[in-house]
Design a protein around this ligand. Structure first.
Ligand code: ATP
Ligand code: MG
Length: 353
């Protein structure tokens, strides 16, 4: 019988007794200090992962993280390929996000995909979610990631509906730095930039995750329609099957920002009630229609930024480096935007008991 690897047998679910649900179950004193896991009705949030008494944290270069050493705390997200769980390392108390992608393919092929995904492990930068380990085991690919306690930008959008320009500029600044690292230092195209692949935490950090994960799965899974979310942010040249480069990610960034500003995906589906039903509809809209633009209610700097990203001709699109010094980013540079407070006020969208 095939083992169910979506919840590995080595992983135990540890939950606090009901009377402790409103307090951190790692606190000894009942008062939160750095190093505590805050568990309340809104979700789970790490106050910090450092604690003088704990062993040194595991570094991305440590290559011996094993599933047997991880306790599962709870499922924090679901994507097309599988589930994401919050897990805790038994010996260091360090938290990670464990992504389990159930594969329905030949083992040799799955190992190849796992190898291809290892590109995620090679990127180390403050604006990129740390990927500690990727491996294939018993029908599933396991990815051990840095835990981002604010969830994704998609989760945030569900809470706040729209993001005001100063916050958007501060978020965008971090994403652009991540893209500059990927494009110009690692020479990697992300290929799957979308709100659910931009993760946030209580320190106000925004980091890029999942290079090509959905893209690889969408190419291989033969179930294109369940990947509408992935295709929706793809550039026209990619959807057309033409050659594409770094600028393809810039198109995706433009759509993400416009969606955050207006609260709506920039292309309206043919039937508003039903939303986007299939990837073909999205593809036709992106390839055939004129680029979306920011409505006039937004600042001229923001409108110009969006137009620099959403040029249908990739050669006319700005690069991440150029966008980092765009007047929209410069305008809010000295605003001292407190993203940590903004993300906290929005409420942790994750792990609600
Ligand atoms: P797709 O499968 O199409 O790529 P997705 O990006 O939403 O969609 P996942 O990457 O599996 O799918 O992520 C699902 C959700 O899990 C995210 O939206 C986010 O809420 C949560 N998540 C993913 N990675 C982490 C992480 N490292 N830390 C905290 N939460 C995470
Ligand atoms: Mg993802």
């Amino acid at each position: 019988m095939k083992k169910d690897t979506s919840m590995n047998s080595n992983l135990k679910l540890i939950l606090p007794p009901p009377d402790e649900l409103t307090f951190g179950f790692i606190t000894r004193s009942g008062t939160f200090t750095d190093g505590d896991l805050l568990v309340n009705k809104d979700g789970v949030r790490i106050v910090s992962q450092t604690d003088d008494e704990s062993p040194p944290p595991i570094k991305p270069s440590d290559n011996h993280l094993s599933l047997a050493d991880l306790d599962s705390i709870k499922v924090i997200g679901k994507g097309n390929g599988g589930i994401v769980q919050l897990v805790r390392h038994k010996w260091t108390n360090q938290f990670f996000a464990l992504k389990v992608i159930q594969m329905n393919a030949e083992e040799s092929y799955c190992r190849l995909v796992a190898k291809e995904l290892k590109i995620n492990q090679l990127a180390q930068n403050p604006y990129i979610v740390v990927c500690y380990q990727i491996f294939y085991d018993n029908g599933a690919i396991f990815i051990i990631l840095e835990y981002m306690d604010g969830g994704s930008l998609a989760d945030l959008l569900k809470k706040v509906e729209t993001v005001l320009e100063p916050y958007l500029a501060a978020i965008c600044y971090q994403v652009l730095n991540g893209l500059i690292y990927l494009h110009h230092e690692k020479h990697v195209i992300h290929r799957d930039l979308k709100p659910s692949n931009l993760l946030i935490n209580h320190r106000g950090e925004v980091k890029i995750t999942d290079f090509g994960v959905s893209a690889i799965l969408a190419n291989t899974a033969d179930q294109a329609n369940s990947f509408v979310g992935t295709y929706a942010y793809m550039s026209p040249e990619r959807l057309n099957g033409d050659k594409y480069d770094n600028k393809s990610d810039i198109w995706s960034l433009g759509l993400i920002l416009l969606e955050c500003a207006t609260g709506q995906f920039p292309y309206a589906p043919p039937d508003k009630e039903k939303g986007w039903e299939g990837f073909f509809d999205v593809m036709v809209a992106v390839v055939e229609l004129a680029s979306p633009s920011a409505p006039e209610q937004f600042s001229p700097e923001f409108c110009s930024f969006i137009s620099s990203c959403l040029q249908k001709d990739p050669q006319k699109r700005s690069s991440a480096r150029e966008l980092l010094v765009h007047p929209f980013i410069k305008k809010f540079e000295n605003f001292d935007v407190d993203l940590a407070a903004y993300f906290k006020d929005a409420g942790s969208p994750l792990a609600t008991f």
